[in-house]
Structures are given as C-alpha cells and as structure tokens.
Design a protein around this ligand. Structure first.
Ligand code: ADP
Ligand code: MG
Length: 241
C-alpha cells in the first residue's frame, strides 16, 4: 500500500501530465482566429487549467516538504531572481520595487529551490495584495542571533489582528476569493511548512490600511568558511599555549 504522502505525490504527478496537455492545446487554440464566444471559452479553459496546475504543484510541494537538499545558498541571488520573475506583474500594477541587502555576505543553509519558492510566494502576495502604485520592498540582513532575516514589505490594505493567525492555514483566502483575486490559499501554508523544515520561521506583522511585513528567518552560515577555520585553529593553538 502507498502511504498518504506517496499517494498524494503520485496523484499530483499523474494529474500534471494530462493537465499540461489541456493547457498546451488550449494555448494553441487561442492562437486560431476565433469569434468572441469561442475566445471566451478558450480563456476559461486556460484560466481553469492554470489554477489547477498551481494547486497540483502546491499539493506536490506539501507532500515533499521533508525531502530537502540543504546547502549554502546566496540569499541576494535568490531574492534578485525571485523579484525578477515578479517584475512584470509588479509593473502591471505600477508598483515601485526596492531591494535593500545588507553589505555583509548573506548566506543561508537551505534548499535553494525551496527558498526560491517561499520568496516567490511572499513576493507574489505582496504584489497581488498591494494597492495600485504602491511599494514592494525586499530587505535582508543578519540578526545578532545569527539568523538570516528576509523581510517582504508591502503597502497593501494589511491584515486585521483577528485574521493574522488564519493566513497560514491551508486553503484560507480571507476575502480574496470574493474580491476576485487569483489564488488557492496554499502559498503561505506551503511556505511556512518549508521554512520550518529548513530550521526557520515565517512571521507576519501588519498595520491594517498601511501594509504588511512577512519575515522569513533561516540559519545563517559564515560565508568565509576558510577564515572561520583559521580562527578556530588559532584559538585552539592559543588554548594549547
Ligand atoms: N501581503 C498580504 N497582504 C494582505 N493579505 C495577504 C497578504 N498575503 C496573504 N494575504 C491573505 O492571506 C491569504 C492566504 O495567502 P496564500 O496562502 O498566499 O494564498 P493565496 O495568495 O493563493 O490566496 C490570501 O488569500 C490573502 O487574503
Ligand atoms: Mg499567495
């Protein structure tokens, strides 16, 4: 018998292949000359397919939370890449985007692919739930407790105190569905599970009407491992003397 996790993982893989065919052929159809009603139908097929594909990918990620490839990862690089992927959507909403990285080397122990995924979830939320012509700020630095801190800051409508706990629950969308904003309510649940599996945390603080700050913390690594080893050797020598 398959375990629940294996069944979920297997089902997600099996669902993805035919769905990609539906999306691919839908996109091909959209290139044909269609009348308005046909075009509307094809757009519905593609939008529904995209929604399902995102859902399947999130479920697959949830089923694979424990399977990590941990190593040193350059946070600046991951932030720049994730922001680049979200830039078209941010531009569509006329958002100003700032990236503020501390001078020191920003290296974490993480699974690079999973870190990128968390960043994409937080950044896409900060874009989707921002106000038009608002601001998106990414900030990263190392805290005194050796945790690497990444903040994703938006100027959206914020999240009320009563709603703050709920945003991390799977399938929770608050009022986003009613407001017609695309999503499935899994992004933050997956992100939190991934962050915790990598020995980190995700927290949120929000000022309703002003915006929200989502903070990801992960264990930092001394980037200059060579210097670190020298220092350890020197202090051991000092102890011997
Ligand atoms: N930056 C944010 N500002 C305001 N609300 C947010 C923000 N990020 C998330 N939320 C709320 O939390 C819900 C859950 O977020 P998430 O798990 O990413 O799912 P999704 O974005 O697919 O709805 C969203 O539907 C939205 O209502
Ligand atoms: Mg989301």
């Amino acid at each position: 018998m398959l375990s629940n996790r294996e069944a979920l993982s297997r089902a997600s893989h099996e669902l993805r292949t035919p769905l990609q065919a539906i999306l691919g052929f839908g996109q091909l159809l959209a290139l044909d000359s269609l009348n308005d009603s046909q075009r509307h139908s094809v757009e519905q097929i593609i939008a529904g397919g995209r929604h399902l594909l995102a859902l399947i990918e999130d479920l697959l990620d949830l089923s694979q939370v424990g399977e990590l490839a941990i190593g040193p990862v350059d946070v600046g690089e991951e932030i720049n890449h994730a922001v680049a992927l979200c830039r078209p959507l941010a531009a569509e909403r006329s958002l100003a985007v700032n990236i503020e990285l501390a001078e020191e080397p920003l290296t974490v122990l993480a699974d690079a692919r999973r870190l990128k995924q968390i960043l994409l979830n937080l950044i896409s939320n900060a874009v989707k739930y921002n106000r038009p012509a608002g601001r998106l700020t990414l900030r990263a630095g190392i805290d005194p407790d050796e945790q690497l801190r990444i903040e994703v800051i938006d100027t959206g409508r914020g999240i009320s105190r009563a709603e703050l706990d709920r945003v991390f629950a799977p399938f929770e969308r608050l009022d986003a569905a009613r407001r017609g904003i695309e999503g499935n309510g899994l992004g933050l649940a997956v992100s939190k599970a991934l962050a915790e599996a990598m020995g980190g945390t995700i927290d949120v603080v929000s000022a309703p009407g002003e915006g929200s700050v989502f903070t990801l913390r992960l264990p930092a690594v001394e980037a200059d491992v060579g210097a670190d080893a020298d220092r350890t050797a020197a202090s051991q020598l000092a102890g011997v003397r």
